[in-house]
Each structure stands twice: as C-alpha cells, then as structure tokens.
Design a protein around this ligand. Structure first.
Ligand code: 6PG
Length: 251
C-alpha cells in the first residue's frame, strides 16, 4: 500500500468544495467497484454535504457511478426518527438517494432513534457483516468516510469533552452531548482512523478559527476533536477560502 497522503486543498467557493467532494466520490467509487465489485462510503451530516449530494444526483455525475454497487452508511446521526427534518439520513435521502437507482438493502441508516441499548452494537454488526469482518475484532477499512467540522471543532458526533472521545474499542457508540441536551450515535476514532480515505468538507467563516487550531495548533483532542482524525489511509481537507482564512499553511 502506498504511503498515506494528507493534503489540504482550498477552493474559491463552497460549490467548488462540493464539486471536489463529488469528484472524489465518483473516482474512488469507480476504482473500488472495478477492483472489488463494490464501494463502501459513510456520509456526513449537517449542511455542508448538501451541495455535494445535489451534484452527485445531477447529470454531471449520476450516470458515471454504478449506484447499485454502493453501500451507504452514516458516520453519525441525531436521535430522531429517520423522517425527522434533523435526520442526516433524511437529508441524504431527499437530496441524493431519492434521485439515484440505489439498492435498498445497501443503504444502512444509523438507528440513533432506537433507544434500545443494543442499537449501536447492532449497527457495528451491520458494518462487520457488510465489510466482511468480525464485529468483535479490529475495525474494518471503509473505502471513504466523509466528515464535517463544527465551529467547536467537533466531527461526526465526537464533541469536545464528551465520553466517545475516549472510546478505543467500539466502532459505533451512543454519545451524550450535554451542550445540545441530546444523545447522538457516532463512529468512533478507531473506525474513522481505519478508513482508506477520509475527506473533510469544511466551509464558512465560522470554521476559520477552530480550523486553524485543529490543523496548526497544539494537540488537544478534548477541545479540538477533529484533531483525532488520523486515518491509516489518505486524509483530504477540502476547504473554501472563508474556512481557510486563518491558515498559515494552505496546502
Ligand atoms: C451532524 C454532523 C456534524 C457536522 C458538523 C458540520 O450530524 O451535525 O455530522 O459533525 O458535520 O456539525 O456541520 P455543518 O456542515 O452544518 O457546518
């Protein structure tokens, strides 16, 4: 395996960030489907990926991807029903899934709505089944995991000062987020960092200060959880100029 690449790319708009994210999806999907017959991807939530979902469903991309061979997962989810406006699954379904010929059994919504204590390990079992490994062993390598970053430097639902930051065995956990007065479900660092490729999409002026800390400041995962993302494979940071405004090093 070639040496993992870590690179930062700054684009002139959030639309250009979305285009780069969509091109990465298309290129990695084509290669993995050609080499292994399928592509495993974990989508991120929040608002940033919406433009990328729109592009992937557009004529520029939709016909160049073999959607039936793609397994969709989510890197985190809110504790709401899948049809709730806050659901990350619903966002992806409305903008992307509803406009592509996906295979239903290959779409694996994260059951954060299910208050059963087993639901996080059930999702871990699904990941193990689909990616072909033991649910009790080392985490498997997703082909691609998308992440966003909040203005508090959280990623997925790994928020500053929360218990999931210290999880070193389980791949998926529930995580209490006191500042939001909620409990989320999230991938943990072990699973994220096993990935072949992780791509952050980060846009907007409110991300400039936390991003400068994450990429150029002292390491403190409790305060800046996005610093804990150090995948075995490649790590891409796709940024717009507003988010990158305070970086000393922009490549
Ligand atoms: C979520 C996301 C979260 C998101 C960041 C950035 O469920 O909210 O997974 O980690 O990526 O909060 O959100 P924006 O893209 O909306 O700024």
């Amino acid at each position: 395996m070639s040496q993992p690449q870590r690179f930062i790319q700054v684009f002139d708009s959030s639309q250009a960030v979305a285009k780069a994210g969509a091109e990465l999806f298309r290129d990695l999907a084509q290669k993995q489907i050609q080499d292994h017959g399928r592509f495993t991807v974990a989508l991120s939530g929040g608002s940033t990926p919406k433009q990328m979902f729109e592009l992937l469903a557009s004529p520029d991309f939709v016909h160049s991807i073999d959607w039936a061979r793609i397994h969709f997962f989510w890197g985190d989810e809110r504790s709401v029903p899948l049809e709730h406006p806050d659901s990350n699954y619903r966002t992806a379904r409305e903008i992307l899934l509803s406009r592509i010929p996906f295979v239903a059994e290959n779409v694996h919504a994260m059951p954060a709505w299910d208050l059963n204590p087993q639901s996080a390990s059930d999702y871990q079992n699904t990941i193990a089944r689909v990616l072909g490994c033991s649910a009790g062993g080392e985490p498997p390598a997703f082909d691609l995991i998308y992440l966003g970053m909040g203005a508090d430097a959280h990623t997925a639902s790994l928020f500053p000062g929360t218990k999931a930051l210290g999880e070193s065995v389980q791949w998926v956990v529930r995580n209490e987020v006191p500042k939001l007065n909620t409990t989320r479900m999230t991938f943990t660092y072990p699973l994220i960092n096993a990935a072949d490729h992780v791509c952050f999409l980060v846009c907007g002026a409110d991300k400039a200060e936390p991003l400068q800390h994450v990429l150029e400041g002292a390491v403190n995962l409790e305060l800046y959880p996005s610093q804990g993302v150090k995948p075995a494979g490649n790590l891409s940071w796709y940024l717009d100029g507003l988010a990158a405004a305070r970086l000393q090093r922009r490549s």
